[in-house]
Design a binder for this molecule. Structure first.
Ligand SMILES: [Zn+2]
Length: 201
């Protein structure tokens, strides 16, 4: 039983919010392509060892129809195309949960599926309609979760635990983390380390 790959629309949203895990498939233009390389697995804890994977979301890289890469070439949609990583639904669901604290749950009533999305203690959203399949409900939930992340605009990436966080500049020189911590911009709320946050804006 194989997990369904995310749609191109979902893949575009995932790239916008910096989904960076290497995946087994990617969209080159509108077409799905299998990965060609086996990358270092050091930073890809969500991927099983030995899989052929690559990062289709690399910045400034474009791809031809055979999967050939070019750095800095122009995407003309004739020879070179923009690519998007296409993880399966459950990997993206897990990425949202483990890196962004966005929890997606699905439930079934009679023959219909519904979703609930939660974020930390604050509740986000339930599905406004019912779905005929688990996968279609999950796909919409993933898109909603990604849109939520996009709205949060993560501005800091922790070099220690590799998780994102955000801050709001309330006054010039005063920085409030959206998490519990308000004093130190350089304090990661996830791994509780100092000096590991990098501004990625
Ligand atoms: Zn950290």
């Amino acid at each position: 039983m194989e997990d369904q790959l995310i749609s191109l629309k979902t893949a575009k949203l995932a790239k916008e919010v910096k989904f960076k895990l290497a995946t087994s498939y990617g969209y080159i233009g509108k077409e799905l392509h299998p990965a060609k390389e086996t990358l270092s697995l050091e930073t890809d804890e969500l991927i099983e060892a030995g899989e052929v994977i690559q990062d289709f979301n690399k910045e400034k890289w474009v791809y031809d129809r055979e999967g050939g890469e070019c750095f800095g070439c122009k995407a003309d949609n004739i020879r070179y195309f923009i690519a998007h990583s296409a993880p399966n639904q459950s990997l993206l669901q897990r990425w949202l949960r483990e890196l962004h604290n966005v929890q997606i749950s699905l439930y079934k009533v009679s023959n219909n599926y519904y979703y609930v999305i939660g974020y930390d203690k604050g509740f986000i959203k339930t599905s406004s309609k019912s779905y005929g399949t688990y996968e279609s409900a999950l796909e919409d939930a993933l898109q909603e979760g990604l849109k939520f992340i996009k709205k949060l605009k993560p501005e800091l990436l922790c070099g220690n635990c590799n998780k994102y966080t955000t801050y709001n500049k309330l006054l010039k020189g005063t920085i409030k983390l959206t998490e519990t911590y308000t004093k130190d911009i350089d304090f990661c709320p996830n791994c509780k380390q100092y000096g590991c946050l990098q501004d990625i804006t």
